[in-house]
Design a protein around this ligand. Structure first.
Ligand code: ARG
Length: 661
């Protein structure tokens, strides 16, 4: 139950108590009168005492009700939660015989702001209990039992038993004022979790491809979302830094740069270096043998080999970092190598539980209900991707005390991760009722031809090249629009980046991540439709309204607390209601970690704003002179609230808004 329903229940209870007390007082005899009648003093004193006590009780109760009612939460209220709470109260009151009746609230529709659809399911339950009632009658009964409240203007039963709910204008207006005076606050999430988010996670010396770009973009946004609502987030880059590829890389390094221990090897192109060593590995048996020996030495921490490994990792790390810097992504590197020692423990623990089996020289673990086992130790004694993920999940649960583990990894790795999660549960490392462990999966990036995203010559697209192309395409667009003549050089630089990176991120985030998505610069840079380009333009335009009205930011802030938000025009009311949906959108994103819902909301908000702006004057100018003759402060504040909500959304999506564009 949220605060609101607690409050309502409390208020109802307290008011009933007050009534009872007042009735009690009325039955008491008036002491003054008794005195006049000459009643003896002990009885009088007792009465006086009783009277005072009751009055005192009434006062404290009245005060606490008033205090509850005026208490300002430090979060933004989710209207759909309020609706659900109030209806939940009514349903329980109307049907006390039903245990945990479902409160089904649907968001805004064509017909109403919210809808309650519980009557149908209650009808079914009642029928099973042998009590027949039509959904329509049930809906009527729910409405009759609604507690007195300030939220609804109108509640009407429609059709077979839907309840249409319309918000009270004064309540909406008050909420907008709150939003303006206190800023855009996150909704309340209840339990604060320690979240460990595994994202980006490229492999050292191999190219960071578009799949990793998706993980990086989605992972960063998921972290920002969680952080904003108050969860404690640990961002982990689970880089592939311990695989067998290091054998050949180190062997090759030794040949190419024999004095690597003294002089840092000038590896310019690590991918080319990787390709060279791979070619040798495939063609040269002697080299292959040396590569294998190098892995063994590396994994037993031979100083020389660790040194070579570090050098190679450093080259990769610098490349990754430059991408993260450009995209504004932060995370800590904790690669597979981190778990080397813990992997030994994992083998022991599985063995102790009697779950380690031998099959053709390999040590494996079968997980209940799954047909493919995990390979814990290879026949050559080495560990695998399964082993490191088991060690990692254990470390995240037990050392990091994670209560919400998130893996932002392509959907191709779904069964690997599900097996790891199931194994960890079976080994008793966590209880899924208390700890959320989930795979935030995503589809493949496709080219405009619908095939896997590749360069013209069929190579994997390098991320740096992709970002560079984004920048130059964004620049072209801005020049086409003549923006280079309006903006200073610095402004142009900032806008270029905001547009390019914003568009790349938004294109990814605005699609349901479970689906494959087509990468198209033309589409993402189009400023019509659901794109970052469109939203960024909309945002700067809204910000410029206040700027052009000559109202300073301070005056705007001052007016926020003194100006009542008038919602006379239907488009004003529509915009205000749309603004208040932010908390429920955020709560939904937290539930399914699908960020396209937030993108769709921002797009809808921008469109709703445009409708409002086309219909409602914010500033009136003198036609002849162009001078401002009237400023509609309430509307200007609606603009401000819209811009603030969009900026909040941008921040979660990792998009940098620009003031001028
Ligand atoms: N390095 C892996 C890859 O490129 C992704 C790692 C994902 N995280 C994990 N804990 N398995 O495919």
């Amino acid at each position: 139950m949220s605060d609101i329903s607690v409050l309502l229940a409390h208020a109802e209870q307290a008011e009933a108590e007050i009534k009872k007390l007042e009735e009690e007082i009325a039955t008491l005899q008036d002491p003054q009168k008794l005195l006049a009648e000459g009643v003896v003093s002990p009885a009088l004193e007792a009465l006086q005492n009783e009277n005072a006590k009751l009055k005192y009780q009434i006062n404290t109760l009245k005060k606490s009700v008033a205090a509850e009612k005026s208490r300002k939460p430090d979060y933004m209220m989710s209207i759909s939660t309020i609706v659900a709470d109030v209806f939940g109260l009514a349903i329980r009151k109307a049907f006390p015989g039903i245990e945990n009746p479902l409160t089904m609230i649907q968001g805004s529709s064509k017909f109403a702001d919210y809808q309650c659809n519980s009557a149908m399911s209650i009808a079914k339950i009642l029928k099973e209990m042998g009590q027949g009632a039509s959904p329509r009658e049930i809906a009527d009964k729910i409405v009759q039992n609604l507690p007195q409240n300030e939220y609804f203007e109108k509640v009407e039963v429609q059709g077979p038993g839907f309840i249409n709910i319309f918000l009270n204008k004064a309540f909406v207006s008050d909420q907008i004022s709150e939003l303006l005076t206190r800023g855009v606050k996150p909704p309340r999430v209840g339990v604060r979790r320690r979240a460990v988010v595994d994202f980006s996670s490229p492999n050292i010396a191999k190219e960071m491809h578009v799949g990793h770009l998706r993980s990086t973009i989605i992972g960063e946004s998921v972290c920002r979302l969680l952080e904003w609502v108050g969860h404690d987030v640990l961002r982990i880059n689970h880089v592939g830094d311990w695989g067998t590829q290091f054998g050949m890389l180190i062997a090759h390094l030794k040949d190419q740069f024999p004095n690597y221990n003294v002089v840092s090897p000038p590896i310019q192109d690590l991918q080319a270096f990787y390709k060279e060593s791979k070619a040798r590995f495939d063609a040269d048996e002697a080299f292959k043998k040396r590569a294998y020996e190098a892995v063994v030495k590396l994994q037993s921490y031979d100083k020389d080999h660790i040194n070579a490994w570090k050098l190679i990792c450093d080259v990769s790390r610098k490349e990754f970092q430059s991408i993260y810097d450009r995209l504004g992504v932060t995370l800590i590197e904790r690669g597979e190598s981190f778990y080397q020692e813990m992997m030994k423990d994992v083998v022991r623990l599985i063995d102790e539980k009697g779950k380690l089996e031998e099959e053709e020289g390999r040590k494996i673990m079968y997980v209940k209900g799954l047909s493919v086992p995990l390979t814990i130790v290879k026949s050559d004694g080495g560990f695998t991707y399964d082993t490191s993920d088991l060690a990692a999940i254990k470390q995240r649960l037990h050392d990091e005390k994670g209560t919400w583990l998130i893996y932002v990894v392509d959907s191709g790795q779904g069964s690997h991760l599900q097996t790891v999660y199931a194994a960890a549960k079976e080994l008793g490392w966590y209880n899924s009722k208390l700890t959320r462990v989930e795979h935030v999966a995503f589809g493949v990036v496709l080219g405009e031809d619908g095939k896997k995203f590749k360069t013209r010559s069929g190579e994997t697209v390098r991320l740096v090249d992709l970002l560079d192309e984004g920048i130059s395409r964004a620049e072209q667009k801005l020049i086409e629009k003549g923006r280079d003549k309006e903006l200073t050089k610095e402004e142009m630089e900032a806008v270029k980046k905001a547009v390019a990176y914003g568009c790349i991120k938004y294109a990814d985030l605005s699609h349901n991540r479970n689906h494959d998505y087509v990468f198209s610069f033309d589409k993402m840079l189009d400023d019509r439709g659901n794109t970052a380009a469109y939203l960024l333009y909309a945002y700067t335009r809204i910000r410029s309204i206040a700027r052009n009205s000559n109202v300073s930011q301070e005056d705007l802030q001052k007016s926020a607390s003194s100006t009542k938000i008038a919602l006379e025009h239907p488009k004003e009311l529509k915009l205000a209601k749309c603004l208040l949906r932010l908390p429920e959108v955020i709560l939904r994103c937290l539930d399914d970690l699908l960020l396209h819902t937030l993108c769709e909301y921002l797009y809808e908000l921008s469109n709703t704003f445009t409708e409002f702006y086309d219909n409602c004057y914010c500033i009136e100018k003198d036609k002849a002179t162009g001078a401002i003759v009237k400023v509609n402060m309430s509307r200007l504040l609606l603009c401000e609230a819209t811009a603030n909500v969009i900026a909040t959304g941008f921040n979660i999506l990792g998009i940098n808004p620009v003031q001028k564009m």
